[in-house]
Design a protein around this ligand. Sequence first.
Ligand code: HH2
Length: 258
Amino acid sequence: MGVVNVTPDSFSDGGENLRAEDAIASARRMLAEGAAIVDIGGESTRPGSEGVSLDEELRRIVPVLEGLAGSVPASIDTAKAQVASRALELGAELVNDVTALRGDPELAGVVADAGAYLCLMHMRGEPRTMQVDPTYRDVVAEVVAFLEARLEHAVRAGVPEKRILLDPGIGFGKTVEHNFEVVRRLGEIASLGRPVVVGLSRKSSLGKILGDPEARTGPLSASLAAAVGAFERGATVLRAHDVREHVEALTAARAVVG
Ligand code: HH2
């Protein structure tokens, strides 16, 4: 899953794809490089972020999806029902909701009515405050229980289980240790029986384990190693900014597995 953030302030690629023509070109390039789907987002959820208005989010993503005109398999990274609805009309096929249907009560119905795929992600707290001393008794058990409950909620709201993916939410209300424990024990999340999405690409935990406690991002080399580790532990979809390198690394990892 390639990442195209149509934002000025995303943690690693803010501003790169803010102009629609740049975002469209990035999405096309990612498809050519081997992405199965491109996740388009108009709101940063980096730690400390405040969110954007409905109008602004629509203003960012609509021209991109119009320009792509269904030529690239697209996912919409939003928690807003009206943004998801417009994106699905314009050809998106998956809604990636970092709030796991807790942000907008209308979103489940929009996904169900469109017959779209849905990614439910674990997050502790909200982006503005989520990195303020997150604590868990057992992070993996709590993520599994949360995702199981949100999966049940989504199915009750009319989204067929076979269209739902689950994501432990790397960096969303978790310390460096929490993030790596989640990846180490990813099999426990995969045991819920749904495809597992993992987004480690460029995340600050990768920079922090390399010795910079103030890191805001992590390098490509560490992103690739972590993606391969997640793949080996059962990840189905790797959400990544550097698509060509991830496709190459994961192709090699798959060859090793055989
Ligand atoms: N991470 C980010 C955003 N959306 N969605 C899923 N399902 N999983 C993730 O790990 C995930 C996500 C944060 O990364 P990015 O989009 O690059 O940054 P920002 O939120 O600052 O736009």
